[in-house]
Design a protein around this ligand. Structure first.
Ligand SMILES: *[C@@H]1O[C@H](CO)[C@@H](O)[C@H](O)[C@H]1NC(C)=O
Ligand SMILES: *[C@@H]1O[C@H](CO)[C@@H](O)[C@H](O)[C@H]1NC(C)=O
Length: 763
């Protein structure tokens, strides 16, 4: 169960970080959402072991820390309001922010039947075995038997510690035998009540003395026992606990000396159930010693809860993904980059230090700031086949020769056509006595590429709804999704080129079967355009950042084919989490930044290119479409939007706002920015013509509605903000249709050889 909570939290946090870039409110919102989800789904959650294991050692703060955690868990089970639970855990500071206007919500919607949820669940939780190591209880004198407190502790261990709730109940019990004439057998005394309660015999054949096998012999016996037992409780002599623990396999550097005064600490060792390999070592506490410093304990509880939430996020990002096939692969982007470059350095040309090739510093900069691919040996900004993520071929066409920077999508091929080599990776190669096929089939048809510069709507941001529905949660393929920044450019309105099965679920769109995009439209017109696409969509991008998008674009004014470029910033200039209108881009700034960016494009695009800017999205329409609908969590979109606004982490305060006057004013500002784009049509550029497309959003939605499908199909289920897969397909159909009707010259020619090309190259 714990796994579900962790994953949910982590995903939401990833989303929140991507959208807002800050760290506190999202812990709150993740907590509220997850608690709500868990309660709605009637899942029993056992947080307390994990939380309690983080309470500070020793006797001062621990009892209150435990008590606070008990209260939290009780509240969780009693279905208290999620906001209150998270508030008392110290994860939210603003009690005003409510996700659930009514609680409990009547029904948690099951995963809708049309959400694909066939993938199997990942189970981590129960595949482990455990050894707990404790000291014996308090004693009458240094070698004596347990005193009253020690006896009470022994009873407490049986009822409150290893009771199957706070800690796992044992399948086997070991006690250290002193086996000398003076020492009382305190370890055995300590676990006797537990043995009586569980009916398990105490294994009492081992001790630290060598005649009994020593700590090593005991360790060996315990590991042998683990083959048949899931959980072993051990009581041992404190100076020998560390040697025993080390003999079981814990690295000695993790072991601090055990204070004489400490009777309470528990060592927890976790093992893989199959291989019995040691997985982790943690310290926790029995929690027996009373103490009245409640406040200290409460603040400890809060910090425990908070660090746990943060640690879970870290743990998942680092540990959750290594699959056996990938075992040699690094886990995240930067290590990946370093390794990739080191390999290249080892096998490639050591003298070649220029930027874009084997220069690690430079490649990190290119990836992080300019959204260029990591897997790119020749530095031409295109990745080879099989490298889809990390700004690879999901984003830009396949590089058919990653060792030669002159070969990549978009090359016009004029110089090389005699050779018949496929210099632009469009799949057309070879030739006959008449000439190369590239020149026979492609010369007359005015072929061109598609390049989309834009935001998260360009990149097709999507959080799978099944990740939010506990019953169907699955995280087998989290890693590739995260490495694509939770974007699906391969399925997007601009550069979609994948099979529909690789894309988020698509509701029906009349006239579209599969993935349709501007790129697909271009390829249907002319097969010579195959593979010539670049998606430079960046989550959160607005006009002030568009210069970097333009710099990331790869085109050579002389060597390459013209391009149809979309500069598509549909919302972020009026959208962010801040309250108020001051954070929105002014028309003056918009104009200045747009001109700057267009000037850069003019230095990169070959003559005959086009740059199109679509109007901003209609936020009023968006709100009207979604606000009264039920979100997968059971609340309404309206409540979700207000909650995010309250925490100042909404993707769009201005549009996703229950105050109609705020929505209207935001839309006025968006319209004023559209006016600027319209004026830009008057500007002259050397290498391209600029077009503004006033998108008829309302009409597009109304027509879709006429087809009998609900317009809510067009918006993302989880965030209630981005266009869905169906929305992407509909946008592409509408945008491409407009170009065909009004600006067919921007699309290049229809290629009369398409069928012949298909029969020779694409069968
Ligand atoms: C690596 O690239 C950077 C530019 O990003 C450059 O300043 C540096 O000199 C390069 N390193 C080498 C060894 O050429
Ligand atoms: C070369 O191939 C083209 C396209 O299939 C064809 O039209 C042309 O006749 C061929 N030339 C020769 C000499 O076979």
């Amino acid at each position: 169960m714990f796994v579900y909570v962790v994953v949910g939290l982590w995903l939401l946090t990833v989303q929140a970080v991507l959208v807002t870039g800050n760290t506190n409110p999202e812990i709150c919102s993740a907590c509220v959402i997850v608690v709500g989800l868990v309660q709605q789904a009637e899942l029993s959650v056992r947080f307390e072991n994990i939380l309690k294991s983080r309470c500070p050692d020793g006797r001062v703060a621990q009892p209150a820390c435990f008590a606070g955690i008990d209260e939290l868990v009780l509240a969780l089970e009693a279905k208290a309001v999620p906001e209150d639970i998270c508030l008392s855990a110290g994860l939210c500071t603003n009690p005003e922010c409510k996700l659930f206007k009514t609680w409990p919500v009547k029904d948690l919607p099951d995963p809708l039947p049309d959400w694909p949820t066939t993938r199997h669940r990942h189970t981590l939780e129960e595949d482990q075995k455990t050894i707990y190591i404790n000291r014996h209880g308090e004693k009458k004198w240094s070698l004596g038997c347990l005193n009253d407190q020690g006896q009470a502790r022994a009873a407490y261990i049986a009822t409150n510690v290893y009771n199957g709730e706070n800690f796992l109940a044992p399948d086997a019990i070991f006690a250290c035998q002193y086996d000398d004439p003076i020492d009382c057998e305190r370890c055995k005394e300590t676990v006797t009540p537990l043995s009586e309660k569980t009916g398990l015999p105490i294994v009492f054949d081992y001790g630290y003395r060598l005649v009994l096998g020593g700590n090593k012999g005991a360790a060996k016996a315990m590991k042998e026992k683990l083959k048949t037992a899931d959980t072993i409780v051990v009581a041992w002599e404190h100076n020998n606990i560390n040697p025993l623990t080390e003999a079981i396999g814990v690295d000695s550097s993790l072991l601090e000396s055990w204070p004489d005064s400490d009777y309470d600490t528990i060592y927890t060792l976790k093992f893989d159930a199959e291989s019995l390999e040691l997985l982790s070592f943690t310290k926790s506490a029995e929690g027996f010693n009373g103490g009245d410093e409640k406040k200290v304990g409460e603040s400890a509880m809060k910090s425990v809860t908070k660090t746990l939430f943060i640690d879970m996020l870290d743990a998942l990002t680092w540990n959750a993904y290594s699959s056996p096939e990938d075992s040699g692969l690094p886990k995240i982007a930067l290590p990946y980059l370093a390794v990739a470059n080191l390999k290249a350095l080892a096998s490639g040309n050591l003298d070649d230090n220029e930027c874009g090739r084997f220069n690690v510093t430079c490649r990190i900069d290119a990836f992080a700031n300019y959204h260029e691919p990591l897997a790119d040996r020749d530095g031409d900004v295109f990745s080879p086949e099989g490298k889809g993520v990390l700004r690879g071929t999901h984003w830009r066409g396949v590089d058919c020769d990653d060792k030669d920077e002159t070969i990549h999508p978009g090359v016009s091929g004029k110089e090389e056509k005699a050779s018949g080599e496929d210099v632009n990776c469009n799949g057309i190669a070879g030739g006959n006595e008449t000439g190369s096929f590239e020149s026979i089939f492609c010369d007359e048809s005015d072929s061109r590429g598609v390049i989309i510069l834009g935001d998260s709507a360009t990149a097709h941001f999507h959080v799978p709804p099944d990740w939010l529905t506990a019953k169907s949660l699955d995280f087998d393929d989290v890693l590739p999704k995260v490495l694509d920044e939770l974007d699906y450019p391969q399925c997007s309105w601009g550069t979609g080129h994948a099979d529909l099965e690789e894309c988020p679920y698509q509701h029906p769109v009349p006239g579209i079967d599969g993935v349709f995009s501007i790129y697909e439209g271009m390829r249907q017109r002319n097969r010579c355009n195959t593979n010539d696409y670049q998606n430079i969509g960046v989550n959160g991008a607005r006009i002030t950042a568009s210069m970097n998008l333009a710099k990331s674009l790869q085109r050579d004014t002389v060597r390459d084919k013209p391009a149809l470029v979309w500069l598509s910033l549909m919302g972020n200039d009026v959208c962010n989490g801040h309250v108020g209108f001051d954070h929105m881009t002014t028309p003056e700034t918009y104009y200045d930044k747009a001109i700057e960016t267009l000037k850069v494009l003019d230095t990169k695009l070959p003559p005959g290119s086009f740059v199109v800017t679509p109007g901003m999205f209609d936020g009023v329409l968006l709100y009207d479409t979604m606000h009264a609908q039920q979100h997968p969590l059971g609340t309404t979109y309206e409540a979700l939007y207000d909650f995010m606004n309250c925490l100042e982490e909404s993707p769009c305060w201005g549009w996703l706002n229950s105050d109609a006057s705020v929505r209207r004013k935001t839309q006025e500002i968006a319209n004023s920015l559209n006016e600027v784009s319209r004026k830009l049509e008057e500007e002259e550029f050397e290498n391209f013509k600029f077009l503004f497309y006033e998108v008829p959003w309302k009409q597009m939605f109304a027509e879709y509605s006429k087809s009998g499908e609900p317009v809510t199909n067009l918006i993302e289920k989880v965030d209630g903000f981005h266009p869905s897969q169906a929305g992407n397909a509909l946008f592409a159909q509408n945008f491409f249709g407009w170009l065909e009707r009004e600006h067919e010259e921007s699309l290049g020619g229809l290629n009369p050889y398409n069928e012949e090309i298909d029969s020779i190259f694409f069968n």
